[in-house]
Design a protein around this ligand. Sequence first.
Ligand SMILES: Nc1ncnc2c1ncn2[C@@H]1O[C@H](COP(=O)(O)OP(=O)(O)OP(=O)(O)O)[C@@H](O)[C@H]1O
Ligand SMILES: [Mg+2]
Length: 237
Amino acid sequence: MKKRAIKVENLVKNFGKNESLVEVINGASFEVNKGELVALVAPSGAGKTTLLMMIGCVEEPTSGTIYLGDEKVYEDKWLTKETRKIRREKLGFIFQAHYLIPFLNIIENVTLVPQANGVSTKESEKIAMELLEYFDIQDKVHAMPSSLSGGQNQRVAIARALANKPEIILADEPTAALDIKRSVDVVKMLKKIAIDQDVAVIMVTHDEAMLPLCDRILKIEDKKVISTVLKENEEII
Ligand SMILES: Nc1ncnc2c1ncn2[C@@H]1O[C@H](COP(=O)(O)OP(=O)(O)OP(=O)(O)O)[C@@H](O)[C@H]1O
Ligand SMILES: [Mg+2]
């Protein structure tokens, strides 16, 4: 049976007030299941990052409801004071730039979040090594991010996003800085992770070539979210 990872109901997000009011999302409702890799597409400025950041408990919605797993985290207000704890425990973030910490080596970057969550040094290093092996960068564990290629750093960033065993991965244009081959590798990796670790992955992308690798496509249209499955030869973006 499919397990729900995200459920959003009637989500609304406005920025500003009165004359400067900007309505970005107005009544979005959708679900994402564990094991699914979902692409989020829309033109620039349509609210993709804003939507990810609301699901990620970073940006406060104006109104609506958000469930992460079985937990209702937002209903017209955050239902916990500890949104940071939810982020640390349930969510993994991957961004366009990898944002590895430049003065920490690879394994230190990956162990940072589990250690912040109270996992012992030994255990977090074991988890990190497993992930870095999975991503085939085990020989770089003591290297600094500046000595790795863009694709290698992005794989480390994905390993880091997985290190706290999240239920949900939110990826904002994770392949934007990569060439087509590396992009396909990263997206296939995200799909494998979704299945192997039963994680829900939402990936913002402007790259049409990535869409056939995803299970489903969420589009922001008229400030709402619609779910589609890519049909052959269909152009979405
Ligand atoms: N903090 C903010 N204050 C005011 N307006 C904002 C803020 N953040 C985003 N916006 C506005 O909300 C809209 C959606 O922005 P968002 O960054 O979510 O778009 P996007 O779909 O991610 O675009 P892109 O593809 O360029 O990354 C834009 O009109 C933007 O100007
Ligand atoms: Mg964006």
